[in-house]
Design a protein. Structure first.
Length: 341
């Protein structure tokens, strides 16, 4: 699974431009799929016949998109003014490399010795930043890029330290890698493995996917914010790297189904899969749209804790990533083995 994750993180796929990730997912899943669909939004939905069928199908969902940038204006001196695609803290991108296809740029800001005392006390905004692609002027820049071009962080996937991994787009290529790993084997119950688009900009792909499939149960497989850092109190850490898969009971978009939360938690306990829950209600997932589709869908979630999420250098533990995949497999086993759920 880790090699899959490295491959997926290397692909560009900002919200609304997930093409490269989608192409990889379709090619990978085609040999295993009993049915494979893509829709007009760009979602990929892969059906695998299981040992048991339910009245309404089970869905495992992970989003393909990542945060990024989009070009909004080109200045006379060839600099790119841009907006963020998804939620990005401007502080984490200054001096970082971005790529628009094969064109490499660097995010810049006015040098500190040219700023006023007031400017140094305020957080920079996207309008204060620019991307330098080395163009000599506007015409030179326009020969390489265009308004509306998407860019992503140019950041390698690197193993380091005590079982850690650094990469862009761990949110949510970790979920995609887990789904690709699981669908290679016949599942315990008929399952749709769904790879959604535009989660980072409003959970949009999840809305059309869920309407089309009308599932009875859905497990969202994600990456989530970990703030287990020096001088951050336990209550504000949200979750902790190396403490296992995160099973949330609530976040900013969803109150998760209590029975499914308990089912997933107990499944992990029974199988000795390390797990934790959030110490703070924060963030949101595709479940925010999924659970409100049609007459409603019962949802739960499992996520890998990721430090510095939505940045060029997300950091996660290999052990947590593996625990997420194990928990998702346990969910299918429990749903497939219990007629009462």
């Amino acid at each position: 699974m880790i090699e899959l994750l490295k491959t997926l993180c290397a692909l560009p796929g900002p919200s609304g431009c997930e093409d490269k990730v989608r192409e990889f997912v379709v090619a990978f899943t085609r040999p295993y799929a009993d049915e494979l669909r893509t829709d007009s939004m760009g979602n990929v939905m892969v059906f695998r016949k299981g040992d048991k069928a339910l009245d309404r199908p089970v869905v495992l969902a992970a989003h393909m998109d990542e945060v990024g940038v989009i070009i909004k204006r080109i200045t006379e001196d060839g600099m790119l003014k841009f907006g963020f695609v998804g939620g990005v803290d401007p502080r984490v991108v200054i001096g970082r490399r971005v790529k628009f296809g094969d064109v490499v740029g660097v995010v810049g800001i006015k040098a500190v010795h040219l700023t006023t005392a007031t400017e140094r006390k305020t957080m920079p905004k996207a309008k204060d930043l620019y991307i330098d692609i080395g163009a000599s002027g506007k015409a030179s820049a326009e020969a390489r890029v265009s308004l509306g071009d998407y860019g992503v962080f140019d950041s390698d996937c690197v193993a380091f330290g005590d079982g850690m991994l650094k990469a862009k787009a761990i949110d949510d290529r970790v979920g995609c890698a887990a789904l690709l790993t699981l669908l290679r084997d016949k599942p315990p119950v008929d399952t749709w493995f769904c790879f959604t688009v535009q989660e980072e900009t409003g959970l949009r792909g999840a809305a059309t996917m869920t309407f089309a499939l009308d599932p009875g149960f859905c497990l969202v497989v994600e990456g989530t914010t970990a703030a287990d850092l020096a001088e951050v109190s336990d209550g504000k850490a949200v979750c902790r790297v190396r403490d296992g898969a995160v099973i949330p009971f609530m976040d900013g978009a969803t109150i998760y189904d209590a029975a499914l939360f308990e089912l997933l938690r107990n499944a992990c306990i029974k199988r000795n899969i390390p797990w934790q829950t959030k110490s703070r209600v924060a963030g949101g997932t595709d479940a925010g749209r999924i659970h409100k589709s049609r007459a409603g869908v019962r949802v739960c979630a499992v996520a890998a804790p990721v430090r510095y999420i939505h940045s060029p250098s997300g950091v996660a533990a290999v052990s947590d990533i593996e625990a997420v995949c194990q928990a998702a497999r346990a969910f299918l086993e429990e749903i497939g083995g219990d007629d009462d759920e």
